[in-house]
Write a protein that binds this ligand. Sequence first.
Ligand SMILES: [Ca+2]
Ligand SMILES: [Ca+2]
Ligand SMILES: [Ca+2]
Length: 215
Amino acid sequence: MVKHRYYTCVYVLLVVAAMTLSHTPAPSSVITGYLGASGSGLGIVTFGSVATPSPADDDVAGSSANTIVVTEKRFDSLGAIWVEFSVSDDGIGTSEFQVTETVTNNSGTDWIGYQVMVGFGTESGWVHSPIGDDLDFDMPDDNSPRDFDVFSTLAYSENTIDAVGGIILAGDSHTFTYAIDVPNGITTFSIRTSPREMPIPVEQRTWGKIKALYR
Ligand SMILES: [Ca+2]
Ligand SMILES: [Ca+2]
Ligand SMILES: [Ca+2]
């Protein structure tokens, strides 16, 4: 009888422990904070939010619940803009983020392309992320939204996206989205974005000349 009560007691303790663990929130793998914007293209960057409700979800298909929102990124010239983030490493895996940014062309000239790169540092201290360090544009899973609105053709690899095949007229705004994997073992990362200029003056444009830019 004593032995029976002992086993019953152990069983109850195990059940209570399991219930307690199941209600303990998982520790965040990667928490990002926004550190600011810089670069020669900078007009205004209005940062929206960053959230990591689903840490260590690297191979998620579709949009991750983790989000980075840039409400407005306004280019006042054709230079690059960096946005930088801090990372907290709790060691339980890479987290994927769905980035959404609304970009405004205030450079005074039309664009025929837009490039996004992921890496470290900003401006003269910028280092492009290498292949295989797990900081990348959802590679190798490649199963989450990547949409550059007016740009119909995307050339992308682990660390660079080139969006072409469309025109963003001077003064227009468009919203882009793409996924980034943020690994353990880093303390910051940055996103470098830059527009590509339409090299043909308005008065000389024909559809033949514009199409030739994409060959
Ligand atoms: Ca990389
Ligand atoms: Ca991924
Ligand atoms: Ca994914």
